[in-house]
Design a protein around this ligand. Structure first.
Ligand SMILES: NC(=O)c1ccc[n+]([C@@H]2O[C@H](COP(=O)([O-])OP(=O)(O)OC[C@H]3O[C@@H](n4cnc5c(N)ncnc54)[C@H](OP(=O)(O)O)[C@@H]3O)[C@@H](O)[C@H]2O)c1
Length: 254
């Protein structure tokens, strides 16, 4: 049956930045498709809130503290997830930050914070979580990129650089692990209403620009991300690796 290819029953997913926004959407989508979820983040109340939503779907959820910029903490958290669940089948690298000022005003500390979270953080978590996938000969890594990985917009030099880097990192990991059963793909969303873009959502000019720039004429609705996450996590995408799938209402077509 075709739909069985999307079934994640018995799979264990680890999601970074799972406490809100797109990470929360990923956690719930994977649980709806049958996966048990290790919800990883920095805020205890939010971790608990997302875990409770997963429990309401009759799936197992455990919460774990992670700061993706801290290598020792990353290794410890991945170890804790493996100890709790026995393995990690699906890794969603999602934790991300942004800082918006022109290039010439961009502070070095902000550059480091954005790159260390959005790019180095993905690398560190994958480096810690993938060896046990390779040992078992199967795994799925999903890196949350952005349309900013391929298009340029002003005032986002570190963010766009990090997301371009994520797309390239996705390709390199995909090539290295293709023969070992580990598939690595990225998702490139357009603007979805989360805390990360709350400032932009409130700016009438920016809001209008985004709508006009998008062939479908609007921002994404959070549930519109679910299908792509489930697809890339499931056997339905087993012959796909190294790709970035844009969920963008057509933004990157032109
Ligand atoms: N929203 C959009 O329009 C959009 C578009 C394209 C791509 N994306 C990407 O989607 C991902 C999620 O973004 P979002 O919009 O959902 O943003 P968000 O609502 O601000 O959530 C960001 C998440 O990342 C976590 N995080 C940040 N730094 C972290 C760190 N050092 N260690 C662990 N967790 C950390 C946050 O945890 P805390 O609560 O602890 O801060 C939070 O859970 C990002 O990679 C972003 O670039 C978003």
């Amino acid at each position: 049956m075709a739909l069985e290819m999307f079934d994640l029953s018995g799979k264990v997913a680890m999601v970074t930045g799972g406490t809100r926004g797109l990470g929360e959407v990923c956690c719930l989508a994977l649980a709806k498709a049958g996966a048990d979820v290790a919800v990883c983040g920095r805020s205890s109340p939010d971790l608990k809130r997302v875990a409770e939503k997963i429990h309401a779907l009759s799936r197992r959820a455990e919460t774990f503290f992670i700061d993706v910029t801290d290598k020792r903490r990353v290794i410890q958290t991945v170890g804790e997830v493996q100890a709790a669940f026995g393995r990690i089948d699906i890794l969603v690298n999602n934790a991300g930050v942004n800082h918006r000022v022109p290039v010439l005003e961009y502070a070095e500390e902000e550059w480091d914070r954005v790159i260390n979270t959005n790019l180095k953080g993905y690398f560190l978590v994958a480096q810690a979580a993938v060896p046990q996938m390779i040992e078992r000969g199967y795994g799925k890594v999903i890196n949350m990129s952005s349309i900013l990985g391929t298009v340029g917009l002003p005032n986002q030099v570190a963010y766009a650089s990090s997301k371009g880097g994520v797309d390239q990192m996705t390709k390199v990991m995909a090539i290295e692990w293709a023969s070992k059963g580990v598939r690595v793909n990225a998702i490139g969303p357009t603007y979805f209403e989360t805390d990360l873009v709350a400032q932009i959502r409130k700016d009438p000019q920016r809001f209008k620009f985004i709508n006009e720039r998008t062939p479908m004429g609007r921002w994404g609705y959070l549930p519109e991300l679910e299908g792509t996450v489930i697809f890339l996590a499931s056997p339905a995408s087993d012959f796909i690796t190294g790709q970035t799938i844009y969920v963008d209402g057509g933004w990157t077509i032109w």
